[in-house]
Design a protein around this ligand. Structure first.
Ligand SMILES: [Mg+2]
Length: 220
């Protein structure tokens, strides 16, 4: 296989190995496999900033240490870009994720679908391998509905999709309505502020709950 991580998302959706007869599980990284907010907070802390989580946002939760107002957009973006290139060591895995995926992968194809900036691809791939997540990774940008629809078309089995962000879950519901959606937000501080819709997208706090929910929906 050519290095999947060098292909566009659309090319990768065709090139990635998918068992046409088995269920398919498509898994996001940040706040599902990786404790993104926590890691980003550690990273900005080493650069003179602090994370104060009091809303569902990214840059609006970052402050110069002791400052009253949050950082401006360019400062937040620069920290974000640096984090994706240099911050992999600050990123901790979500408890139980690797073990759960390893067990699930005996019964279904597992793919990683992440929205990451281009310059962060190799660091992200390295991070996944370091933490025992040896699954093909597709790097996407924008809403995930279109690529999930393309991936789902490659199997006759049931398809599941896990993400933390409601817009991605809604995008998949619109473009690939047969795909079962699951939502997880690993960061306990962020969770109370997050938009959710558990009647439409199965909610799980952690992998101990997520794994049986996936089995029930995809293997029943
Ligand atoms: Mg995410």
């Amino acid at each position: 296989m050519t290095a999947l991580e060098t292909l566009t998302a659309t090319e990768a959706a065709q090139a990635v190995p998918v068992d046409p007869a088995r269920p398919l599980l498509i898994v996001d990284v940040d706040e599902v496999l990786a404790r993104f907010m926590e890691g980003f907070g550690t990273f900005v802390g080493r650069h003179g900033y602090e994370m104060r989580i009091d809303r569902f946002a990214l840059f609006q939760n970052i402050y110069k240490v002791g400052a009253e107002g949050c950082v401006d957009m360019p400062t937040g973006k620069a920290l974000f870009d640096d984090f994706f290139r240099d911050g992999a060591d600050d990123l901790q895995p979500v408890e139980g994720a690797a073990a759960a995926l390893e067990r699930l992968s005996a019964d279904m194809t597992v793919l990683i679908l992440t929205n990451a900036p281009d310059h962060g691809r190799s660091a992200r791939m390295g991070w996944l391998r370091t933490h025992g997540l040896h699954y093909p990774m597709i790097v996407n940008s924008g809403l995930k509905g279109p690529i999930v629809r393309d991936l789902a078309a490659r199997t006759s089995g049931k398809v599941g999709f896990i993400d933390d962000l409601l817009p991605n879950l809604e995008s998949v519901a619109a473009d690939a309505p047969d795909v079962v959606r699951f939502q997880m937000i690993a960061d306990e501080r962020l969770r109370p502020y997050a938009p959710t819709d558990p009647a439409r997208h199965v909610w799980a706090d952690d992998w101990a709950t997520m794994e049986p929910a996936i089995r029930a929906k995809l293997l029943a």
